[in-house]
Design a protein around this ligand. Structure first.
Ligand code: PGA
Length: 262
């Protein structure tokens, strides 16, 4: 599959002050032998960085001045445009900083902050309303995998998260499959197992939106991706790229992943 979309997104989680985040983006720009093509990709790979909210403005300023083909994403969003919601950040605020992407429903948000498929669905709709591309996360726990519930659980997350969306909405949509047991543990899924789950996600998408959508939606793998294993995931037919946590926090390791994803 030479012509598939290749996307590497860095999820910086609750790491990096705004100064550190700017330094990381600038280091990345220097390190990558940046080749911009007409699609604004880095040598065939779309690169997205998702810093904490507090660093979005300063990174936006750098990206705006330098215009490197690195795209900006946030790690979460609230579903209202504005209002008395202390601590929340709205899609309008993200749009104002040229945030083109937003991670929604990461397993850490589901586990620690009570996110459900319903809240994920509301956030997805709010992002789409403002033409921000959701990177909607799904993934099973170790217990679910061991008792053979992976496919049914992922199916319920995909159907719940995309409830009420149209095939048109899915043109601006990315899914990240991240088995919870592989996140930050150093244990990756076997590329062929990740490919099987992602194929199943495409079957679920086809049942709701048709075959064209199922084929076109980029689906990333996430969970302990590194420069040394990304090529194995990219070689799988259904995998479009990776959502990277720990290894995206360092210029050299993130640049390695991007280079090896080509
Ligand atoms: P990890 O995190 O690469 O550190 O495993 C992935 C993620 O949580 O998106």
């Amino acid at each position: 599959m030479q012509d598939k979309r290749r996307i590497i997104a860095g999820n910086w989680k609750m790491y990096k002050t705004s100064k550190e985040a700017v330094a990381l983006v600038q280091g990345l720009e220097d390190k990558l032998d940046i080749l911009t093509n007409n699609d604004n990709e880095i040598d065939g790979v779309e690169v997205i960085v998702c810093p904490p909210f507090t660093a979005l403005k300063s990174i936006y300023t750098v990206l705006w001045q330098d215009k490197p083909p690195i795209k900006l994403g946030a790690q979460d969003v609230f579903w209202e445009d504005e209002g008395a919601y202390t601590g929340e950040v709205s899609p309008l605020m993200l749009k104002d900083l040229e945030c083109e992407f937003v991670i929604i429903g990461h397993s850490e948000r589901r586990t620690y902050f009570g996110e459900t498929d319903e809240t994920v669905n509301k956030k997805v709709k709010a992002a789409l309303k403002h033409r921000i591309t959701p990177i909607m996360c799904c993934g099973e726990s170790l217990e679910q995998r061991e008792v053979g519930e992976t496919q049914a659980f992922i199916e319920s997350q995909i159907l719940g998260g995309t409830e009420g969306l149209t095939a048109g909405d899915m043109k601006r949509f990315i899914i990240a499959y991240e088995p919870i047991w592989a996140i930050g543990t150093g244990k990756t899924a076997l590329p062929e197992d990740a490919n099987d789950v992602i194929r199943h996600i495409r079957t679920v998408l086809a049942s709701r939106f048709g075959d064209d959508v199922a084929k076109a939606v980029p689906i990333l793998y996430g969970g302990s991706v590194k420069g040394g294993n990304i090529a194995d995931f990219m070689a799988e037919s259904e995998i479009n790229g990776a959502l990277v946590g720990g290894a995206s926090l360092d210029v050299d390791s993130f640049a390695d992943i991007i280079k090896n994803a080509r």
